[in-house]
Design a protein around this ligand. Structure first.
Ligand code: ZN
Ligand code: ZN
Length: 168
């Protein structure tokens, strides 16, 4: 996932880059398929102002019911590309990420930047839906689909057959 420097013309460039799923560390963001990166690059020769948005779909497992599900992530990308030795930028006054390139580089790699942004956009607790009832901690039944008696009584399911006998 790169900005091809040689393909940039002066001024504003609109780029539409495929986000190759295999480039993103699944520990950071487990992509389900390729994503998309839309960027506006303002090319001022030794400085590039990079702004845009990344969209990707991640494959997650619900923390409550263990169901596999997919979630769309979106994150803003903002960075400045600067030619090595170019001093007009005061790094400390900039909030944006600085990507330094040399006069010999033909492209700028965005993989690290995009991975960081996607991992920040990942949900803290992955749940298939806010109302997911999860699994019963006693018998492990999926409470979204079925009901069990142990969840209300709090009785160890191993005793259930005995309780039944008692009732009969
Ligand atoms: Zn769930
Ligand atoms: Zn149960």
């Amino acid at each position: 996932m790169r900005i091809e420097l040689t393909a940039l013309h002066p001024g504003i460039n609109e780029l539409d880059i495929v986000l190759d799923k295999s480039l993103i560390d699944p520990e950071m963001a487990p992509l389900a398929q390729n994503g998309r990166l839309k960027l506006t690059v303002d090319n001022q020769e030794s400085v590039l102002y990079i702004k845009g948005r990344v969209r990707a779909r991640v494959a997650l497992e619900c923390a409550r019911c263990l169901k596999a599900f997919r979630k769309d992530l979106e994150a803003d990308i903002e960075a400045i590309g600067t030619l090595q030795g170019h001093s007009s930028l005061d790094e400390e006054s900039c909030d944006e990420d600085i990507l330094v390139f040399t006069q010999f580089d033909t492209s700028i790699d965005l993989t690290h930047l995009v991975t960081e942004e996607l991992s920040t956009a990942m949900p803290m607790a992955a749940v298939c839906s806010e109302s997911c009832a999860g699994l019963c901690p006693m018998c492990g039944i999926n409470l979204n689909k079925e009901k069990c008696s142990c969840s209300t009584t709090g009785i160890d399911p191993r005793w259930e057959p005995l309780l039944k006998l008692k009732k009969e």
